[in-house]
Design a protein around this ligand. Sequence first.
Ligand SMILES: [Zn+2]
Length: 137
Amino acid sequence: MAFIEGALLTETDDCIPFPFGRNADGYARLGNDEYGHVVVCERAHGPRPTPDSVVAHSCGHAPCVNKRHVRWATHADNADDRAKHGTNRRPKVGPREIEFIGSELAHVMRFRDIAIMHGVSGSTIASIVRKVAGGRR
Ligand SMILES: [Zn+2]
């Protein structure tokens, strides 16, 4: 799926929330038994190391498909993560991300797609791009 391909190519430390189908727990659902965070983990970090391995999110954000935020872990590790993170955090666009969107992404992706990738509105992206461009003048 294009969104997953895009997420795999994106280098960011911010969450990349999957905007399409999600299961009851908030995980990115691609098809029957395929999940976005699992596909991203397999592609970025290799196949599931043991049958007991599950994908853990370092950010605690279930819909996130950032390859830097997912890793193979055991069920026990994953439960620890959840306890540590408590409730899910809202994705946000940080200062480094704003610079990246304004200087790189805006030239190669549509605002709408960037907005979906970051869980914000298209007008937020437009204002980020204006701000970054304005700062350069
Ligand atoms: Zn994340």
